[in-house]
Design a protein around this ligand. Structure first.
Ligand SMILES: Cc1cc2nc3c(=O)[nH]c(=O)nc-3n(C[C@H](O)[C@H](O)[C@H](O)COP(=O)(O)O)c2cc1C
Length: 220
């Protein structure tokens, strides 16, 4: 698969088969992602890959916290700062997803259950939670974005689907406790991955993009 094809094919998948990702493939992809660029080559990412019993227990704890409506305690504020066109895009993405799932806008229970699927890692058999140590901040987070996309494209090229999830960073204390991660490692987001379950309605959701003319300013 060419790089162009992988970039175009990758999309967020929110429903996975129980089929495991082979250990060799997992190692190959994470080795490849180490090639991601970073400021001064500091490589500020600390990914924790979790599967099996550990993932089952973490999933249960996160779903329970979500179902109890426990107040979120993210390491970085997760408040809604989207206005104007950004808000329109956010709403558009939500409509695409809830539309595919058949969840109406005023169906608060349906929306909550759809959201909780995040905490269940969309049934993915493995996931990666990406931590960043203190005092790293915005600059290093940009490096981690590059790392994450490298990872997801490498997955795509191997027929493995993924979904980056800020929602997995809303209860970082639970994640740190389960994975025995020290407090000075802050949780940015997670990525669920595995083989797409094409029968999951959410996986029919598609979102578009602004055109190049809307997005890019060329200076000469
Ligand atoms: C850092 C990051 C966090 C995200 N968090 C979530 C999330 O919590 N839940 C979710 O369902 N999708 C999440 N997404 C997926 C976005 O909604 C998705 O990338 C966007 O709508 C574009 O769709 P596409 O990935 O299918 O191209 C996240 C994506 C990124 C890059």
């Amino acid at each position: 698969m060419s790089v162009d094809e992988a970039i175009r094919l990758r999309r967020s998948v929110r429903g996975f088969l129980a089929r495991e990702v082979p250990e060799a493939t997992l190692r190959e992809v994470f080795a490849l992602a180490q090639c991601a660029p970073s400021n001064c080559n500091v490589q500020p990412w600390t990914p924790h890959v979790v599967s099996g019993e550990k993932l089952k227990r973490l999933r249960e704890a996160l779903v329970a916290a979500g179902m109890r409506d426990e107040p979120i305690k993210p390491d970085w504020p997760a408040d809604g700062k989207f206005t104007g066109v950004y808000r329109e895009r956010q709403v558009g993405a939500a409509q695409a997803l809830y539309g595919a799932m058949g969840v109406a806008r005023n169906d608060t229970v349906g929306r909550k259950m759809a959201y909780i699927r995040n905490h269940a890692f969309f049934d993915a058999p493995p996931a990666v939670l990406i931590f960043m140590r203190e005092p790293f901040d915005t600059r290093e987070a940009a490096d981690i974005g590059m790392y994450a996309q490298t990872l997801m494209l490498a997955f795509t090229a191997r027929g493995i689907a993924s979904c980056a999830q800020g929602a997995l960073g809303l209860f970082p204390d639970i994640a740190r406790e389960h994975l025995e991660v020290p407090n000075h490692y802050k949780l940015l987001f997670g990525i669920s991955f595995g083989y797409e379950d094409r029968d999951v309605e959410a996986n029919a959701a598609r979102v578009d993009r602004a055109t190049i003319d809307d997005a890019v300013r060329f200076h000469r």
